[in-house]
Design a binder for this molecule. Structure first.
Ligand SMILES: [Zn+2]
Ligand SMILES: [Zn+2]
Length: 279
């Protein structure tokens, strides 16, 4: 069976990736991807983000993606997207063909400090201590409140929904199995509209050695399946060698949650595809 590979969660040197957009597209094409999307990090005012996100002026980004679309015409679809950060002040431009809604940092309104939750353990500890008095469960609730607000905006794709676990290791900050943790995560999921949004099964944390399984956890995928929502496999790729990283494992996880198909993002909109073809 001919695979129908889709990779629309990708980063490049225009934000925090290791390959240029051209190198990422070339790697995707070489890997057999038919639907490639650029999803650079939207600009944020966080001081620590300045070398890791797209500039406020998105014209170069847009131009380069559209140039690649021309270059791959008839061979691979190239989609123009963005990973919209919950802390971005700019709205998603109306010319974006799709957007991924994600939370990477929490903004402390009292101190005016942006706390990264996915950078490193020290920064996560700092967030927990300075914003939540050292209470991991309060941090979880703060994170999922922002994730719920993002879900309510009906992104095309809801990004790494439970990324707060990325640096939690074996439970240093909170217990991922606890009822309190799960209910905070489920509340955020329930804010998403299964008719408008795809949930991504994201292998980026695996590719970079932080996790051994994709995001999100199985209980969240099962609930999303119950809600009638669709999933899309993504690599959250930051370098040319990971454009379809771990898709086999992501497909297995989808299957365990009850899915028989995942969705591809195409220029004509999302298209359902049997799981065995999307890996
Ligand atoms: Zn992200
Ligand atoms: Zn990303």
């Amino acid at each position: 069976m001919k695979p129908e590979l889709c990779s629309v969660h990708t980063h490049s040197t225009l934000c925090d990736g290791k390959g240029t957009l051209e190198e990422m597209a070339a790697a995707a094409f070489a890997a057999g991807v038919r639907y490639f999307g650029a999803s650079g990090h939207s600009h944020t005012p966080a001081p620590g983000d300045q070398d890791c996100v797209l500039p406020e002026d998105l014209s170069e980004y847009r131009r380069e993606v559209l140039r690649l679309r021309e270059a791959y015409q008839g061979r691979m679809e190239v989609l123009l997207g963005i990973e919209q950060d919950s802390c971005s002040l700019q709205p998603v431009p109306d010319w974006m063909e799709y957007w991924i809604g994600s939370v990477h940092e929490l903004f402390d309104r009292i101190t005016g400090v942006y706390h990264s939750i996915d950078w490193d353990r020290e920064k996560l500890a700092e967030c927990c201590r300075e914003m939540f008095g050292g209470d991991g469960l309060s941090m979880v609730r703060g994170y999922y409140a922002d994730a719920a607000a993002m879900a309510e905006r009906k992104p095309t794709i809801l990004g790494h929904l439970d990324q707060i676990v990325k640096l939690n290791g074996d439970g240093a900050f909170f217990d991922e199995e606890s009822a309190a943790y799960r209910s905070a995560a489920l509340e955020a999921l329930h804010a998403a509209d299964p008719g408008a949004t795809l949930l991504e099964i994201n292998t980026g944390g695996m590719a970079r050695g932080y996790r051994t399984t994709p995001y999100p956890a199985l209980f969240l995928l099962r609930e999303w399946h119950e809600m009638g929502g669709g999933v899309i496999l993504t690599a959250d790729s930051h370098s040319p060698d990971t454009v379809v990283f771990g898709y086999g494992q992501a497909a297995e996880l989808a299957r365990a949650a009850g899915y028989r198909e995942s969705w591809l993002l195409t220029r004509n909109g999302p298209v359902a595809c049997p799981l065995e073809k999307t890996r």
